[in-house]
Design a protein around this ligand. Structure first.
Ligand code: IDP
Length: 140
């Protein structure tokens, strides 16, 4: 399988509870390498733009407000099949449906406050990485 890069976000519910290290350990144990990482505070405008694809969904306003509520850690993960592998490590969107051992099963609070974001396909991964990082900031 090809080496891929994917965008990950450690969401406000997790940064608030000091879970960044525990979540990063899950990525690294799964063979994902953190090749870029920064802690930032999104404005509502930035969060709204990042999640524009969900604009018509009923939870959009709540999601944008949550993502702009406290700092997040944005990161680029690299590895074999990294996009799918990260989705597996994250677990299902709703923590009640997430498999044992996944980040969302262990740490998520609810379907909205679910601790992590991960790109879902190669095209979105490329767009989402470019949203937050310049090429110079990614060191493989
Ligand atoms: P994903 O993050 O697992 O890819 P998506 O369906 O793309 O899930 O939804 C994006 C994000 O929107 C979720 O991670 C979650 O934070 C939020 N979200 C999804 N469904 C709901 C909901 O029913 N209520 C509140 N927030 C939701």
């Amino acid at each position: 399988m090809a080496i891929e890069r994917t965008l990950s976000i450690i969401k406000p519910d997790a940064t608030r509870r000091n879970l960044t290290g525990k979540i990063n350990a899950k990525f690294e144990e799964a063979g994902l390498r953190i090749v870029a990482q920064k802690r930032i505070k999104l404005s509502s405008e930035q969060a709204g733009k990042f999640y524009e694809v969900h604009k018509e969904r009923p939870f959009y306003g709540e999601l944008v407000e949550f993502m702009a509520s406290e700092p997040v850690v944005v990161q680029v993960l690299e590895g074999e099949g990294a996009i799918l592998k990260n989705r597996e490590v994250m677990g299902a969107t709703n923590p009640a449906q997430a498999a044992d051992g996944t980040i969302r099963k262990e740490f998520a609070l609810s379907v909205g406050e679910n601790s992590v974001h991960g790109s879902d396909a190669p095209e979105t991964a490329a767009q989402e990485i470019a949203f937050f990082f310049s090429g110079l900031e990614i060191v493989g």
